[in-house]
Design a protein around this ligand. Structure first.
Ligand SMILES: NC(=O)c1ccc[n+]([C@@H]2O[C@H](COP(=O)([O-])OP(=O)(O)OC[C@H]3O[C@@H](n4cnc5c(N)ncnc54)[C@H](O)[C@@H]3O)[C@@H](O)[C@H]2O)c1
Length: 275
């Protein structure tokens, strides 16, 4: 899809991966609405980037907030792209700890609300708006990009709820693409490995995440995620696909499992499941 004259809604646009994408799309001339409950960060980013970026303080689970974001995007161009890059770290223990502590049931519901319901809601309401667009020469009216995680495939100890939610993002990609193909709307998801964003700020966690990366031996840069969003939007033949973006990282059984191999005691995931 050509980007000229288009606009986008980025849910989680005040965060690490979302924010990098807001900056990148803006540089490419796309009008962008940052939909994020972190009002101060969203407004600061919009103010910094100027007139082609607007902030809507809100939650992608809330229809009113999504509708306001779509209306704002329609005033910045032909609204044709939505991206969900939403998240907060929801810490969880193992399903049952050695001391008998049981993972609270709400952790699963919290993860599903944040990582599945919000993106689902943004996708369905955006698709309804895209359906009104004139198709381009390939018949395209819009593109939906969701953010899964490599935890959907190799979820580690303590991450069952997060992995279940990200697995749902993976699983809904193809049926959404099938639902929306008659309308000329594509759907893809990105499954990142460890990226350098504010939720991965601890040097200890960064070092643990890098252990599983093959090459290049470092965490991903948010700009590299934004480049993949651009590629998905531009390439009409990418559809119904989940793309891993992880330096060929394959996660071991638990965060810090390399330390176990080196003889240190096994330890619980200190990250709350970031990847
Ligand atoms: N950073 C990583 O290493 C990594 C790895 C794999 C997957 N991911 C996934 O990528 C996504 C973004 O991660 P990040 O590192 O940029 O996180 P981040 O914490 O930097 O940013 C997330 C943003 O989402 C916003 N947000 C939270 N709930 C929202 C909602 N309901 N509606 C709209 N916005 C909401 C937050 O306010 C925040 O600004 C998450 O889904 C995360 O699970 C990240």
């Amino acid at each position: 899809m050509q980007l000229e004259g288009r606009s986008a809604v980025v849910a989680g646009g005040a965060g690490g991966l979302g924010g990098a994408t807001v900056r990148h799309l803006t540089e490419l001339g796309v009008g962008v609405v940052v939909l994020d409950p972190a009002a101060e960060r969203a407004e600061a980013l919009a103010a910094e980037l100027g007139g082609h970026v607007a902030a809507v303080a809100g939650d992608s689970n809330h229809d009113d907030a999504v509708a306001a974001a779509i209306t704002a995007a329609q005033s910045l161009g032909t609204f044709s792209v939505c991206l969900s890059a939403t998240g907060v770290v929801i810490r969880s223990p193992r399903l049952v700890e050695r001391d008998g502590t049981v993972m609270p049931k709400h952790v699963l519901a919290d993860n599903l609300t944040l990582h599945v319901s919000g993106p689902f809601n943004l996708a369905r309401l955006s698709a309804a708006a895209f359906a009104q667009n004139e198709p381009d020469e390939d018949g395209q009216r819009g593109v939906i990009v969701n953010t899964a995680s490599i935890s959907a495939f190799d979820g580690q100890a303590t991450m069952a709820p997060y992995a279940a939610a990200k697995g749902a993002v993976v699983s809904m990609t193809l049926p959404m693409a099938r639902d929306l193909a008659p309308l000329g709307i594509r759907v893809c998801a990105i499954a990142p490995g460890g990226f350098l964003t504010p939720r991965v700020s601890s040097p200890q966690v960064q070092a643990l995440l890098v252990e599983d990366v093959l090459f290049p031996k470092r965490l991903g840069q948010p700009h590299e995620y934004a480049l993949l969003v651009e590629a998905i939007v531009r390439n009409p033949y990418l559809n119904g696909e989940v793309v891993r973006l992880d330096g060929a990282a394959r996660l071991g059984p638990s965060m810090g499992h390399g330390a176990s191999r080196r003889g240190a005691a096994d330890r619980a995931d200190p990250t709350g499941g970031v990847a």
